[in-house]
Write a protein that binds this ligand. Structure first.
Ligand SMILES: [Zn+2]
Length: 291
């Protein structure tokens, strides 16, 4: 098994948009960072400009999104930005952010990918740590959705996502499998937008979420299909779920290698599976040191 070199961006780059939760105008400023720095968010709008590393240690429990918190700062909805960075193999980056959440953009991470591609990349001398699936793992959520991991006969990360909300759902059953590389991420994944049912919107608006977000800003499914928007591919929702997996897996700080098969799962199960994977990898390491 060969480890690749870590990478950062060659120059600073920015991406701007509106936050889905608060409606804030948000600017992300991506800065090059030294090897082994990892991905760190910095809330430049707060006193002392606190930093929060995007790792599992700083995860906070959230419904249907991934948030991190520490050092007196919180950043919500980091998963799409993390996915863009991991998909392009950007390992070290400081992200200045002036709001409590990342921009929603069009519901995908294409805007971040475009910004990072403009910045270009720089190889560093340190190796990127790898987290390899060495034994089958399985996580089942309270609603019965599952994600499992299996060892793979070769290097790489492959994810299958099976989305099936039943015959009465306006979102059709679909599945997608991607062998994740920077090329496949750019061509097949980064454009896939997040989605919601129109029946779920009223309760979110009642909580004050999405004051500036409309059906044009993401995929909203009604009984008649997608509202005010058009699917980019028939399986765009399954592709978006793979985008989410890549972003969530990136919080390990490692290149995750193995075969993953997800059925209707979301962020919480992704994080639980990564905790199991890190635990088994640590056990494996301890046993081989003892041996
Ligand atoms: Zn998402």
């Amino acid at each position: 098994m060969s480890l690749r070199s870590q990478r950062t961006i060659r120059q600073e780059t920015t991406a701007e948009g509106v936050g889905f939760l608060t409606g804030a105008d948000v600017t992300l400023r991506f800065l090059p960072a030294p090897e082994n720095h990892g991905i760190v968010f910095q809330r430049v709008d707060l006193n002392g400009k606190p930093c929060v590393p995007a790792t599992h240690e700083f995860l906070v429990p959230r419904q249907r999104r991934t948030g991190i918190s520490g050092n007196g700062a919180t950043i919500e909805l980091v998963e799409h930005v993390m996915s863009a960075l991991a998909g392009l193999q950007v390992d070290n980056c400081l992200i200045e952010i002036n709001a409590p959440e990342t921009p929603g953009f069009d519901g995908s991470c294409k805007a971040v990918v475009d910004a990072l591609l403009i910045a270009d990349f720089e190889e560093q001398s340190a190796e990127k740590p790898m987290l390899r699936v060495s034994q089958p793992l399985h996580v089942i959520a309270d609603d019965g959705s599952t994600i499992d991991a299996r060892p793979f006969g070769r290097d790489g990360l492959t994810i299958t996502y099976v989305l099936d909300y039943g015959a009465t759902s306006p979102i059709s059953a679909q599945n997608c499998t991607v062998n994740v590389t920077p090329e496949s991420f750019v061509n097949d994944i980064c454009f896939a937008r997040t989605f919601i049912l129109d029946s779920e919107i009223a309760s979110l608006k009642a909580l004050g979420y999405g004051p500036r977000t409309t059906a044009k800003d993401l995929l909203v499914f009604s009984a008649d299909g997608v509202l005010d928007n058009k699917l980019k591919t028939d399986d765009e929702c399954a592709r978006h779920k793979i985008l989410d997996c890549i972003g969530d897996f990136a919080l390990t700080g490692c290149d995750v290698q193995g075969y993953f098969n997800a059925w209707r799962t979301g962020h919480q199960t992704n994080h639980e599976l990564m905790r199991q994977l890190q635990d088994t990898a640590a056990e494996h390491q301890t046993k081989s040191q003892v041996a």
